[in-house]
Design a protein around this ligand. Structure first.
Ligand code: BES
Ligand code: MN
Ligand code: ZN
Length: 500
């Protein structure tokens, strides 16, 4: 899909469909909608009067212009109450409209800077979320379908302004939105891939593509190097699989100093069967998505390299399968992590925290200033927050607050969970320094508390995306399948940190 910006008159464009807005409680449409209403001889205001158009958020009404306009259709999209408008609502509404129009076979679309000037929404901001909404909302994963697609794709969207001076601002916003959405859709693609096409080596190959395309520095550690570094926890998980593990390191150097300002760590379990503590077979296939944290971190690095903030970022992705076999890790085994801490294995299905322990250990040898890790870590977090909010845990409230703010801007909701010391007791082992599960109750918290031991004194935030990495339906900018959460949160965070 191509997203363009142009100065012009929205009532004069020749496209398959034009998208404009109405607000809830508005009896007569204003602005661009009014101009189109006039050209349509009052159809929009009539539909408002008759109660068909209510202006409720995400309501889409498609009106055929029947020759009254050069555009074939006008899609009138509700944005809810004007005083409650946010950029996230515009992003979602654009996604809903584009999805509907695409299903109707529409190929070319024109729209305006939706919401601009309402509730403090800027021209750039509007253009960014329009680009994001359009690209994220019509995403599909069809790589393994050999038949004909059910419908075509929207090929072009033009954001039109009557004011020539706004064009550069629209351009800037649309450019950023395209980078953000492109990265999110890359993460979605990786997560939607079946595990036989997204092995640890395949992830490393993707990392190489990113490095070559965007000029990132790449190092991939193989088993032998992991052994030299003493990554016993990661190797313990990997020992049950025929697929060799990979430890992927991507570096973005945007500042002249040597220090790494932030490390982004992502769980890269390319298939989680549970290992010897095997999962029930029903629904096990979903565990091909257990590398969603790693995918998000990698995709965010691609966007960061394009946006070029003045900051140094390192991405660390420990990648392996978790499978049962004659060589697999067993309950009651003891592993020694890179940090030197010993871990008693209670469940081989609590593998995410093991591979992250070594990635956090590695980050701490690199003397990074901050760490954010992203992981599909616990079913407990999904039970607690559903697929609406990502759970956040951290040892530094300032950093937690920044991550949550970055998420709000992205429309990726995050809710902070507690990390009280009292929970640490639950991870105490009789035979080793720590055990890898703290029992059923508070499972998301004890998992985070386990990671905290390996983050040490470095300011750190852990994002548990077990609930938010997948969506079972279309909702706002989300489609069914992988969500690409929290790629845009990570990019926003890095951009914010770079400004300081
Ligand atoms: N990958 C899973 C967590 C998960 C569950 C992600 C559902 C996405 C959807 C993780 O490795 C796991 O198996 N966690 C166990 C931990 C338990 C054994 C302490 C869990 O949550 O049941
Ligand atoms: Mn598991
Ligand atoms: Zn897992």
């Amino acid at each position: 899909m191509e997203i363009k910006v142009a100065a012009g008159d929205i009532t004069q464009v020749e496209v398959d469909a034009v998208i404009v807005n109405v607000f809830q409680g508005e009896e007569i449409p204003g602005g661009d909608t009014a101009a189109l209403d006039k050209a349509l001889e009052g159809t929009i205001s009539l539909l408002i009067k008759q109660g068909e158009i209510k202006g409720k958020l995400n309501e889409v009404t498609v009106i055929h212009s029947l020759g009254k306009l050069r555009a074939g259709r006008v899609a009138v999209v509700g944005l809810g109450k004007p005083e409650k408008l946010t950029l996230s609502k515009v992003r979602g509404a654009v996604a809903e409209a584009c999805r509907l129009l695409q299903k109707k076979g529409v190929k070319s679309v024109a729209t305006v800077a939706q919401g601009e000037g309402v509730s403090g929404i800027s021209v750039e901001g509007s253009a960014q979320v329009i680009a994001e909404g359009a690209l994220l909302g019509v995403y599909s994963f069809l790589r393994y379908r050999t038949g004909e697609a059910e419908h075509g794709e929207i090929e072009q969207i033009t954001i039109i302004t009557p004011d020539e001076s706004k064009v550069p601002f629209l351009q800037q916003g649309s450019q950023k939105g395209q980078i953000m959405a492109g990265a999110t859709n890359l993460a979605r693609d990786m997560v939607n891939e079946p595990a036989n096409y997204m092995t640890p080596s395949d992830m490393a190959k993707k990392a190489e593509e990113l490095a070559v395309t965007y000029g990132l520095e790449l190092t991939v550690l193989e088993r032998e190097q992991m052994q030299e570094l003493g990554m016993g926890a990661l190797l313990g998980v990997a020992q049950g699989s025929q697929q060799p593990p990979r430890f992927i390191i991507l570096r973005y150097q945007g500042a002249s100093h040597k220090k790494i300002d932030i490390a982004l760590v992502g769980k890269g379990i390319t298939f989680d069967s549970g290992g010897i503590s095997i999962k029930p077979s029903e629904g096990m296939g979903e565990m091909k998505t257990d590398m969603a944290g790693g995918a998000a971190v990698m995709a965010a690095m691609g966007a960061i390299a394009q946006l070029k903030p003045g900051i140094n970022v390192m991405a660390l992705i420990p990648a392996t399968e978790n499978l049962p076999s004659g060589t697999a890790l067993k309950p009651a085994d003891v592993l020694t992590a890179m940090s030197g801490k010993t871990i008693e294995i209670i469940s081989t299905d609590a593998e995410g925290r093991l591979i992250l322990a070594d990635a956090l250990g590695y980050a701490n040898t690199q003397k990074v200033r901050l760490i954010v890790d992203v992981a599909t870590l616990t079913g407990a977090c999904r039970i607690a927050l559903g697929d609406i909010c990502t759970g956040a845990f951290g040892n530094n409230q300032k950093l937690v607050d920044k991550v949550i703010a970055a998420g709000n801007e992205a429309g990726e909701l995050i809710w902070q969970m507690p990390l009280y010391d009292e929970y640490k007791e639950l991870n105490k082992s009789d035979v080793a320094d720590i055990k890898n599960t703290g029992g059923r109750w508070g499972g998301a918290i004890t998992a985070a508390q386990f990671l905290a031991e390996f983050a040490g004194d470095t300011p750190w935030v852990h994002l548990d995306i077990a609930g938010t990495s997948m969506s079972d339906k279309e909702r706002d900018y989300l489609v069914k399948g992988a969500t690409g959460v929290p790629v845009r949160t990570l990019v926003n965070l890095v951009l914010t940190l770079a400004k300081k």
